[in-house]
Design a protein around this ligand. Structure first.
Ligand SMILES: [Fe+2]
Length: 229
């Protein structure tokens, strides 16, 4: 287990007692849709802009600009009463997945995460809300953001990669401003807390080099440590 203060934890699924079936269910989701084309993804933003956006992860975020971008994205969403599962509102109903800048998001309406979610609900005895189901191709990214407008909660993200230490989750310690880079390993989970208070925001971003990275996120109860630590 890797721990950074009470901000970020990363475990191999095999390290967690009772997580065998959950780890298997997550692993089974690591597929590349046959109709997905990386070049199409880059064309969506324009190839030059795509490179610039990917390169922006190498620097600390311009917080004002990044927050404006995040707020705009949020208010463009059609909000449903249950967040963060409002993600389904961001897909056309017939699309199994859709493009996002630097990655793709699977449409929750197709039930890809149903098995994983029900195993997690059972494990935590809690209704764990689905927070995202993403695939990052090589040179993929999720720009710096805070999730300030989403549910304030602890989250678990299942992370799988086809190459170790070739993709990362970066975050900034809200207290000290320190930049922390966590390099991904296959079959792992990242756990961190999303806060919406401006003083506690967890700025974070995701990037891939020459690998594919899958992640599926869920909210988990605040007492998760009683089960996992
Ligand atoms: Fe995020």
């Amino acid at each position: 287990m890797i721990q950074y203060k009470n901000l970020f934890y990363s475990f191999h699924c095999s390290e967690i007692p009772g997580f065998d079936k959950i780890g298997e269910a997550a692993k089974a989701l690591s597929e590349i849709p046959s109709n997905f084309d990386r070049i199409e993804l880059q064309k969506k933003t324009g190839s030059d802009r795509y490179k610039d956006l990917r390169a922006s992860l190498d620097a600390l975020p311009d917080r004002k600009e990044a927050m404006e971008f995040e707020a705009k994205g949020h208010f463009n969403k059609v909000l449903s009463s249950v967040k963060p599962e409002s993600e389904s509102a961001n897909h056309k109903p017939e699309e199994k997945w859709s493009f996002r800048p630097g990655h793709i998001a699977f449409n929750p309406e197709f039930g890809r995460l149903d098995k994983l979610k029900s195993l997690l609900n059972e494990y935590f005895d809690h209704n764990c809300l689905q927070a995202g189901d993403f695939l990052y191709p090589p040179d993929g990214f999720r720009l710096w953001h805070t999730n300030k407008f989403d549910l304030e909660s602890w989250f678990i993200f299942f992370v799988d990669v086809d190459k170790p230490k070739c993709s990362f989750f970066k975050f900034i310690d809200p207290e000290t401003g320190e930049l922390v880079t966590h390099w991904d390993e296959p079959g792992t989970v990242n756990i961190f807390k999303i806060n919406s208070n401006n003083s506690d925001l967890l700025w974070h971003c995701i990037g891939t080099n020459d690998c594919y990275r899958w992640s599926q996120g869920f909210s988990i109860p605040g007492h998760w440590k009683e089960k996992l630590l």
